[in-house]
Design a protein around this ligand. Sequence first.
Ligand SMILES: [Zn+2]
Length: 142
Amino acid sequence: MEKQPRCKKCGRRLKSTLSIAIGMGPKCAGITSTSAKRVRVQSKPSSRVAFSDKTLDQAQAPPFSGELPKKLLSKRELFRKRMEERRRLFETRLPFQCGLVLPARKPLVYFPLEDGSWREDYSGRVISHERLQQYLIRYRII
Ligand SMILES: [Zn+2]
C-alpha cells in the first residue's frame, strides 16, 4: 500500500520529506500561516449579566462558555514555544525534530553535520544550513 502523501490544502503530491511531515506544500504552508494570523477568537461581551432579586442560584452554565478560547490560546502558546525551542536547537546546531512523516508516523529529525549542513534522518538527505533555514521559516517550524 504505497500511498502518495498529499497536501491537505490543495491536494497536490508532496515531494519533500519536510512537506510530508507538515502535511502541506511550501506554498500552502505560507498561505496558512498568514491566514492563521487573522483568526480571532470571537468572544462577544454582549452577555448582559442581569442581577435580579429572584432566585438565580441555579447557575445555568453553558457547557461551552469559556472553554474554547482558552484551549485555542494555550494551543497557540504551545505551538510558539515549540517553534522557539526548535529555532534555538537549529541555531545552536543541535538535533531537532520537525514532526511526523505520514503515513508511517516516523519522526523527522535533522542532525547537524560537521561541515555545517544538516542530515535528514528520514531520508538520509543532506541539506545546507541556509537552505534548511529557508524551509523551516517558510513552514513556520522555527
Ligand atoms: Zn498545497
